[in-house]
Design a binder for this molecule. Structure first.
Ligand code: SF4
Length: 89
């Protein structure tokens, strides 16, 4: 009984490993990231203060590449786009 369960689990594991390999081939090494200002290293997220010490992200921010421009996190990218996250303080 126990041996049968172990055999089933090993079979399931092999199937999942094969499925995982196929998905990695389809997606490449890294899953695709969205191309928008919110994923750019030059995007500065805006926050609002809630209560005494809590902050929450707003649907707003600005770009700090070259000059400050108001941007939305899902805004259209420009030629200076770089994947990354700006350090927050
Ligand atoms: S405008 Fe360009 S540089 Fe600025 S946050 Fe968007 S993609 Fe990045």
């Amino acid at each position: 009984m126990l041996a049968e369960d172990v055999r089933k689990l090993e079979s399931e594991k092999e199937r999942l490993l094969e499925e995982n390999k196929e998905l990695l081939v389809l997606l490449g090494d890294e899953p695709p990231k969205p191309m928008n200002c919110g994923c750019c290293a030059h995007f500065m997220q805006h926050y609002i203060k809630i209560g005494i010490s809590n902050y929450m992200e707003t649907y707003a921010g600005h770009c700090v590449h070259g000059r400050t421009v108001n941007k939305k996190p899902d805004g259209k990218t420009c030629r200076y786009f770089e994947f990354g996250r700006r350090r927050t303080f």
